[in-house]
Design a protein around this ligand. Structure first.
Ligand SMILES: NC(=O)c1ccc[n+]([C@@H]2O[C@H](COP(=O)([O-])OP(=O)(O)OC[C@H]3O[C@@H](n4cnc5c(N)ncnc54)[C@H](O)[C@@H]3O)[C@@H](O)[C@H]2O)c1
Ligand SMILES: [Zn+2]
Length: 337
């Protein structure tokens, strides 16, 4: 049994199929015009996929340091060598790094070739593979170069999670905790298939409402302003989801400091992040608060000064013009590891 969630974008809806054995739906997502497949993945990712078409497997390296334009260029050279045409298809099999990179490469190859994502990490299933944001890092920041390129379909085969390291599974929980505060849903009462499908639904609704992030889609960045700064300041010692966990509790404390929520709501954040999702909400010792503030001000979502998604009486909101002093004071009050 699988669950299908449709990302109902006007004129180009696509399905996200969630469940054990969902990968059998892949063939139905390939365009009729495709004669061959460029399958982008990484070593260590389960990839026994019957595509039914000649398939070139291209393995990229590991870690955010290879999520770069150089890797995109190497992918494009492989596409050229195999003669990938605009009618063919790129299939990304992996976590968010693979889907972001392969999605970007697909969006620029011959000015755009179809991509299908087979998400194999929990984080990619509930977040990264859905919604069409692709991107690569620059030395100056994460995901600074990217495109919007919606996939033709997404597979979230829960069987793939059997080989996912425990730390990476927990990392996916960081994004799930985010969805808890976006909607107020208690996802922990659902079984895994229902929980992943519900996250996909929440993400899909945000994407359909505001595909290009000119407004409400920015709420998906809850917890992410500090998270991105932490990832850079610690040279990716944190996984993305681990950084989001700290970022969510930080954002709650900042919202309390600016009078938007009360202490009970801050405690609710800590309870969900730490007790329910098993994540660590503590800030590492030894980080320079001024460096974190500088990184947060540079975050591409910062339009004028420091901008955060903050909780409030009416739910989450994008709040601009937060003073660096309030940010520093809130950082100083965070628990340390
Ligand atoms: N485009 C978006 O909307 C969006 C949203 C959130 C995050 N992201 C991006 O996603 C990336 C993080 O994604 P991630 O957390 O999946 O990390 P990741 O892609 O780096 O994967 C983490 C590790 O798990 C391994 N792995 C993945 N699936 C596996 C499996 N089934 N079995 C064994 N090993 C497996 C990978 O090889 C890697 O070593 C970041 O680059 C982030 O910027 C993008
Ligand atoms: Zn994220």
């Amino acid at each position: 049994m699988t669950t299908t969630v449709t990302v109902d974008l006007p004129g180009r809806p696509y399905d996200v199929v969630v469940g054990s054995g969902a990968v059998t739906a892949l063939a139905s997502m390939l365009p009729a015009s495709s004669r061959r497949i460029a399958l982008v993945t990484q070593d260590g990712i389960p990839c026994d996929i019957a595509t039914g078409l000649p398939t070139e497997v291209i393995a990229i390296g590991q870690g955010e340091t290879v999520k770069t334009m150089t890797t995109v260029e190497a992918l494009a050279e492989r596409f050229a060598a195999m003669g990938l045409t605009r009618g063919d298809v790129v299939v990304a099999v992996g976590g968010g790094m693979v889907t972001d990179l392969a999605g970007f490469a697909a969006s620029t190859w011959h000015r755009g070739v179809t991509v299908v994502h087979v998400a194999t990490s929990l984080l990619a299933m509930v977040d990264a593979a859905i919604g069409g944001k692709t991107g690569v890092n620059l030395a100056s920041g994460k995901n600074l170069v990217g495109t919007f390129w919606q996939p033709a379909g997404v597979i979230c085969d829960l069987d793939a999670l059997a080989t996912l390291p425990a730390r990476e599974l927990r990392s996916g929980n960081g994004e799930m905790a985010k969805y808890h505060f976006l909607t107020g849903d208690d996802l922990t009462v659902l079984d895994l298939e229902a929980r992943v499908a519900r996250c996909v639904e929440i993400k899909a609704a945000a994407v359909v409402a505001d595909e290009r992030e000119s407004g409400s889609r920015a709420l998906l960045n809850y917890g992410h302003t500090l998270a991105h700064a932490l990832e850079i300041a610690t040279h990716h010692e944190f996984t993305h989801g681990e950084a989001v966990a700290v970022g969510l509790v930080f954002a709650a404390r900042l919202a309390a400091a600016t009078g938007r929520i009360d202490e009970a709501r801050v405690e609710e954040h800590r309870r969900v992040v730490v007790d329910e999702y098993g994540l660590d909400d503590r800030l590492p010792d030894g980080l320079d608060p001024d460096e974190l503030v500088a990184l947060m001000a540079r975050d591409k979502k910062a339009i004028d000064g420091l901008t955060f998604v903050l909780d409030g009486p009416g739910g989450l909101d994008v709040v601009r013009g937060i003073s660096p002093d309030a940010v520093r004071a809130t950082l100083a009050g965070m628990r340390r590891r």
